[in-house]
Design a protein around this ligand. Sequence first.
Ligand code: ADP
Ligand code: MG
Length: 198
Amino acid sequence: MPVDTDVEKLIAALAEAVISHADELTALDRAIGDGDHGLNMRRGFEAVLNQLPSLAGQPLPEALKAVGMTLVMTVGGASGPLYGTLFLQLGKELPAGANRQQVCTALAAALTALKLRGKSERGQKTMIDALAPPLEAFQQGKDPVAAALNAAEATIPMQAQRGRAAFLGVRSIGHMDPGARSSALLIAAAAAVAAQQP
Ligand code: ADP
Ligand code: MG
């Protein structure tokens, strides 16, 4: 996300990515959760889209904070407060007109806040497993999208240790984590918009 990232394009792309994959996310959550992840995320990002006209005029950090607050209030489930924290903290950490290094630092701080909020770490079959690898790739100048999509796939053989899926024990093995998939979709959408920036 370079300095002059088009706020409106970015937020619209994030919302579109989630909303257009809501059924897939719900199907994934039906396998190892309660089948509402797509519904939760769609509700949240539809609320974000409703605010797009007012968000579009704001600096990126302010817009991200507003998105975070809306997600906390509307997504529900475990993922609402977690995604809300991610966006809110990213908005708080990101300086106006951030350079690449500052974007990396802000993303890392937002991920740390999410981990604290979820009392979770990498390797527990959650959204964190699809957020940490693309951040590392971005830091190393590698492709964050491939890293995110592959990392979501890599949750399939994991046994869940957080969230509802953890109650399934070994039966959580063999399914992609729904939150990891939604995170990978968000990363892919953000990267696509960033790639279009001049
Ligand atoms: P719920 O589980 O309350 O129905 P969702 O279905 O919307 O909420 O979201 C489930 C996703 O949330 C999981 O796939 C997982 O990625 C993520 N998740 C759940 N608990 C945690 C946690 N403690 N830390 C990180 N991510 C979590
Ligand atoms: Mg669920």
